[in-house]
Design a protein around this ligand. Structure first.
Ligand SMILES: Nc1ncnc2c1ncn2[C@@H]1O[C@H](COP(=O)(O)OP(=O)(O)OP(=O)(O)O)[C@@H](O)[C@H]1O
Ligand SMILES: [Mg+2]
Length: 251
């Protein structure tokens, strides 16, 4: 059914041993939506992305991705579904023994068996998009943290996935490069119609491109709303978070 949301969480509980990280989380992200998750450190934002992408599974409740109940899929069906998904890890997570270009090419090499010339062309275009046109032959150890992050971004989008998860895509980037990456997120969301879920501390960026923002704390969303409503939030915890970042409403 095409009207079904891209992502649905119902009553999701996630425990690690005695620690209950998510406590009955509900979430619905529409197809093509740009959804941003904010909230304090250690509150379960990365865990939420991993649940949404089938890297972790809930202790209770259900997670649906592109119409499939992730908990009910066998490993082969799950692997197939994951091909429709791109993921930028918080750490970047590049392979240290491969060049940036080889890292960016990984999803293509693994899945599509494209001719090398085509792979090279797509990798070059993706690297150029993130401002790394001349860095493809370097190894992760030879470049800055921001460059690792941007290469990981190129790798996440290279297959034109239907759903994209970005975990802190702009942390460690200078303000100009952060703006470039924000624009890329907006562009893959808007121009390519991908569903994007972004975890970020960069609220100013999120306010520019998000359709909705969810504030996660104590295992649940305290507020889910459009950027403007978040700016005028009546929720004290969200207010405090905005004030700490000095994000002010400009009429
Ligand atoms: N695999 C795991 N095993 C045990 N505990 C975990 C695991 N993954 C996450 N946690 C715990 O779950 C909680 C939430 O972690 P998570 O990484 O989602 O936080 P976060 O909101 O992304 O924080 P940050 O903003 O610092 O990245 C933390 O207390 C963390 O220690
Ligand atoms: Mg995190």
């Amino acid at each position: 059914m095409s009207s079904e949301p891209a992502i649905v969480f119902e009553g999701v509980v996630k425990r690690f041993g005695p620690r209950r990280v998510l406590d009955g989380l509900a979430l619905s992200v529409a197809k093509g939506e740009l959804f941003v998750i904010i909230g304090p450190s250690g509150t379960g934002k990365s865990v939420t992305l991993k649940l949404a992408s089938g890297q972790l599974f809930p202790t209770a409740g259900t997670v649906r991705l592109l119409g499939e109940d992730l908990g009910a899929l066998g490993s082969r069906a799950l692997a197939k579904l994951r091909r429709r998904v791109g993921y930028l890890f918080q750490s970047g997570a590049l392979l240290g023994w491969k060049t940036l270009a080889e890292n960016v090419a990984l999803p293509l090499a693994e899945r599509d068996r494209l001719p090398p010339a085509q792979v090279e062309g797509r990798v070059r275009a993706a690297l150029a998009e993130v401002g790394l046109a001349d860095a493809g032959d370097l190894y992760p150890a030879e470049v800055s943290g921001g460059m690792v992050k941007r290469a990981a971004f190129a790798r996440a989008i290279i297959e034109d996935p239907e759903v994209l998860f970005f975990d802190e895509p702009t942390s460690g980037l200078d303000p100009v490069m952060a703006r470039t990456v924000d624009n890329l997120i907006a562009q893959v969301g808007r121009a390519r119609g991908a569903t994007c879920v972004v975890v970020t501390h960069d609220l100013a960026g999120a306010l520019r491109y998000a359709d909705r923002i969810g504030f996660l704390k104590d295992g649940r969303f305290l507020q889910v709303a459009a950027p403007d409503a978040i700016l005028h939030t009546p929720v004290p915890e969200v207010r405090a978070f905005l004030e700490a970042q000095r994000v002010e409403h400009r009429p």
